[in-house]
Design a binder for this molecule. Structure first.
Ligand code: GAR
Length: 201
């Protein structure tokens, strides 16, 4: 079985990247992690990826005058890695339609809200401000509209009366780590029907 080469783009600690990469250690997985690419040289996920034996690269966005230049520079390591699918995992740069067009139907993102609610930043605060009873995360295909591509999977958690941004984020993150690998496996096997996950226990 030939395995799909998956590049993972990160900006920070990379816990979602690790969840994906650890799942792909399974030789029966339909994908294999070919590259972890960060726009930040200090991203903690880089060392964690290297420990797993995954190739890493840094393209620092601060070195470029515009998004197009930054994205053109990212294409070099992506092409060299043979990436066929790209997973955004806590990658905090907005991508241009031109870059996204090169990965149509082949780029996934995880977002910490039940989309289409609360796109963009500060999702946990947005959820609390709206007085929601539930919150969660979404894996979706990336399209030029921010956080608006076809939904591939969602997980939900309850919101507690005394929740803060931090406690809510801490409740959502473990579900992100379950949802993203589960969705990637299905996606690579050709299944794009949305997956629903609920808290365990
Ligand atoms: C995750 O909660 C992810 O959903 C979120 O950033 C965090 C990254 O954590 N992504 C976004 O907000 C994208 N707009 P990680 O680096 O530990 O995976």
């Amino acid at each position: 079985m030939s395995r799909t080469r998956v590049a993972i783009l990160i900006s920070g600690g990379g816990s979602n990247m690790l969840a994906l990469a650890r799942d792909m250690v399974d030789p029966g997985h339909p994908g294999t992690a070919c590259l972890v690419l960060s726009n930040r040289p200090d991203a903690g996920g880089l060392a964690r990826a290297a420990e797993l034996g995954i190739a890493t690269a840094v393209v620092d966005h601060r070195g470029f005058a515009d998004r197009a230049g930054f994205e053109a520079a990212m294409m070099a390591p992506l092409r060299a890695s043979g990436a066929e699918v790209v997973c955004l995992a806590g990658f905090m740069r907005v991508l241009t339609p031109g870059f996204i067009a090169q990965w149509t139907g082949r780029m996934l993102n995880i977002h910490p809200s039940i989309l289409p609610l609360f796109p963009g930043l500060h999702t946990h605060a947005q959820c609390l401000a709206a007085g929601m009873a539930v919150h969660g995360c979404t894996v979706h295909e990336v399209t030029p509209d921010l956080d608006a591509g076809p939904i591939l999977g969602q997980a939900v958690v309850p919101v507690a009366a005394d929740d803060t941004d931090e406690t809510l984020a801490a409740r959502v993150l473990p579900l992100e780590h379950r949802l993203y690998p589960a969705v990637l496996r299905r996606f690579l096997a050709g299944n794009r029907a949305p997956l629903a996950l609920f808290p365990e226990g």
